[in-house]
Structures are given as structure tokens and as C-alpha cells.
Design a protein around this ligand. Structure first.
Ligand code: NAI
Ligand code: MG
Length: 341
């Protein structure tokens, strides 16, 4: 099969880690009967300066008309670009796996997935200031809560059949009260075990005993914060990949931002982008029932695991390789993996 892929390289380290992931995708195309027609689109700070918009209409249309899309991180225009796309295309499920790998120092063993509601909460962005008082509206709807709880259940069923619902319903009694009520209702049927944690206690429990968690269901803002924490426990943001999934489109991206402190130095960790690519191929495989896409995704995951263990790492993870060198090794590894079956 041939798939149309929309690729937004983004800002800062975005182009560097994108190029490494494209090298891996090319080696997939060369070794498996699957191919990709990659089209590049503008998104983020550079786009805002050069084109006057952080999210040009052409980019939105490009994502809509592609079979899959993937982006590097953007910078300060995150709200106008990535947050806007999530809402515009109704990419309501933000899937953020946090997994510790052998070979990377990690704060604790973890293999969890944060399932974060991705379209509302404070990130709806309804804010105003009147006479020195700033107000933000927090939107939590029954519809959005129910559909994200359904997604959490789908993942849980395939894994340890356990969901932790995170909220702060003891204080935010109306908004988190609704999230808690609807999520527990939705998860109550279907053979899952469910527990709940206040978000402050959750941030502590994640550090204290990360292994206990499997699927973590949260409203938008808590999920944003907890996923950075979980990825740091697992070994750092440089390994954190994610998916934004809706009923009509999907967009894959690293969890982290544009890392301006290391941009242009050639040392950014490309695993986050390569693993986002693997998640994209897995999504294509499942949604199109395409075994080759599944095989491609599994090949990348295996090579990633082996390479991390084998010390193919950038400086943030204790290694000495550049972004390009890691990309090249992964591309080579994928080809060998596929050829040797
Ligand atoms: P950040 O995630 O860019 O960086 C935090 C720290 O992690 C930095 O020390 C950075 O060097 C390191 N880091 C991140 N990714 C890395 C990688 N692949 N390899 C090695 N080290 C890595 O967060 P920060 O500094 O708060 O934000 C920078 C910009 O990113 C901001 O303008 C923000 O708006 C934007 N942002 C964009 C996101 C997106 O595109 N989805 C998400 C989060 C932030
Ligand atoms: Mg974030």
C-alpha cells in the first residue's frame, strides 16, 4: 500500500529529529512492501514569521487529506498551532505511553499509558482580563469525558485491565465532579478494575511507585503535566512519543517542546520522533488492517529497544552520538531486522 503522510518539521530541534525519523521511514520503504508519499507543511513559530500564521490553512487541509500525519515540536506558538489543530480536527484522545527502557537511567520502572482528554479543560483557551483580574474558563463536558473514557477502556482491555482516573473532584466539585462521575460510569462496565486519585497525590504516587500504574485517564491539563513527569521517570523527554487521535484524523508527535537550549547543536534525542513514527505506523496498521504497516511499526519498536540497550544514545541519555548518527543506526537496524525476518 502507498500512504500519503503530512509531515510538519516544526521549530527548534524539530527539523533535526524529523530528518532522523525520515531516514528510518525511508529504510522501511526500501525493505517492506509499503510506501509513503511524504508532503511537508509549515507549522509553528517559523511559519508564523514567514507566512503570518502558525497554522496555515494549507497545513490543516494537508493533514485532513492525508492518510496519516506527524509533526516535530513547535515553539512559543504552541497554543496557536498544536493546541489549535487538536481542537480544529477534534483529535480528542492524546495517548502518551511512558515506558522505561533497559539501557537508559530511569527514576523508576514504568510501563503506563496516559490517556489525556485533548480538546477542552483550561486549554479551550477561554480567558479574559478585566480591571486587573484574569479569568480562565474550565470546560469539562459529559460528551468529551465519555468518549475519552471509552478510549481508556479500549487500551485497558488489551493490557492489564486497570484504569486510574485522575481528578481533583474534592475541590473542583462541579468540573472534575463531572469528569469523575462520567468516567467511573463509563468504565464501570466491561470487566476492568478502576481506581481514582487526586492529581496532587497522583504526582507523588507516580514517583513513589510508578510500576503500579497501567492506564491513567485524565482531563487535559493534568495529563499535560503528568505526562512530562511520567516520561522523566521513564528516562527523559527525549524518549517520549505520543498520538493525537480523532474519528477522522490523527497526528503523531513527541511529547516535548522545541528544546531551544539544544537546537542546532545536532545532539537532540531523536527516539521521541522515531517512536512517534512507530505509533503512526501502528495506527495505520490497525485502522487500515494493513499487516505491513504493523510489521513496520513492530520492526521500529524492536530496533529501538535493542539500540537503546546497546548504547546508541545522544548525550541527554548518557551517550555520545549525534542526532544524525542515532538516526542512521536506527535506519540500518530496521533494514537488517526486516531482512533477517
Ligand atoms: P522542552 O520540552 O522543549 O524542553 C525541556 C527540556 O528537555 C530542555 O532542557 C530540553 O533540552 C530537553 N529536551 C526536550 N526534548 C529533548 C530531546 N528530544 N532530546 C534532548 N533533550 C530534550 O520544553 P520547554 O523548554 O518548556 O519549551 C520549549 C518550547 O516548546 C516552548 O516554546 C513551548 O511552547 C514549546 N512546546 C511545544 C510542544 C509541542 O509542540 N507539542 C510541547 C511542549 C512545549
Ligand atoms: Mg506538555
Amino acid at each position: 500500500m502507498r500512504y500519503r503522510v503530512a509531515w510538519m518539521k516544526g521549530d527548534g530541534i524539530g527539523p533535526e529529529i524529523s530528518d532522523a525519523a525520515i531516514e528510518v521511514l525511508n529504510s522501511i520503504q526500501e525493505s517492506l512492501p509499503i510506501s509513503f508519499d511524504i508532503k511537508f507543511y509549515d507549522l509553528g513559530d517559523r511559519s508564523k514569521i514567514e507566512r503570518g500564521s502558525a497554522l496555515p490553512e494549507e497545513t490543516v487541509e494537508g493533514i485532513k487529506s492525508s492518510d496519516a500525519s506527524i509533526k516535530g515540536p513547535v515553539g512559543e506558538s504552541a497554543f496557536e498551532s498544536i493546541v489549535a489543530i487538536r481542537q480544529k480536527l477534534d483529535l480528542y484522545a492524546n495517548i502518551r505511553p511512558a515506558r522505561s527502557y533497559e539501557g537508559v537511567p530511569h527514576a523508576g520502572k514504568i510501563d503506563a499509558i496516559i490517556v489525556r482528554e485533548n480538546t477542552e479543560d483550561l486549554y479551550k483557551g477561554i480567558e479574559f482580563e478585566v480591571q486587573g483580574v484574569a479569568t480562565s474558563l474550565r470546560i469539562i463536558s459529559e460528551k468529551a469525558t465519555r468518549r475519552i473514557a471509552k478510549v481508556a477502556a479500549t487500551y485497558a482491555i488489551k493490557r492489564r485491565k486497570h484504569v486510574t482516573v485522575v481528578h481533583k473532584a474534592n475541590v473542583l466539585r462541579v468540573s472534575d465532579g463531572l469528569f469523575r462521575r462520567v468516567a467511573l460510569e463509563e468504565l464501570g462496565s466491561g470487566g476492568l478494575t478502576v481506581d481514582e486519585k487526586y492529581v496532587d497525590a497522583m504526582s507523588m504516587a507516580l514517583i513513589r511507585n510508578p510500576e503500579q500504574f497501567d492506564i491513567i485517564l485524565t482531563p487535559n491539563v493534568y495529563g499535560d503535566i503528568l505526562s512530562d513527569e511520567a516520561s522523566q521517570i521513564a528516562g527523559g523527554l527525549g524518549f517520549a512519543a505520543s498520538a493525537n487521535i480523532g474519528d477522522l484524523s490523527s497526528l503523531f508527535e513527541p511529547v516535548h517542546g522545541s528544546a531551544p537550549d539544544i537546537a542546532g547543536k545536532g545532539v537532540a534525542n531523536p527516539y521521541s520522533m522515531v517512536m512517534s513514527l512507530s505509533m503512526m505506523l501502528n495506527h495505520i496498521g490497525i485502522s487500515r488492517s494493513d499487516n505491513e504497516a504493523m510489521r513496520a511499526s513492530a520492526a521500529i519498536s524492536s530496533v529501538v529497544e535493542k539500540s537503546i540497550k546497546g548504547g546508541i544514545l545522544t548525550p541527554d541519555a548518557g551517550g555520545r552520538l549525534t542526532t544524525k548518527e542515532v538516526g542512521r543506526e536506527l535506519a540500518k537496524g530496521v533494514k537488517e531486522f526486516v531482512q533477517t525476518g
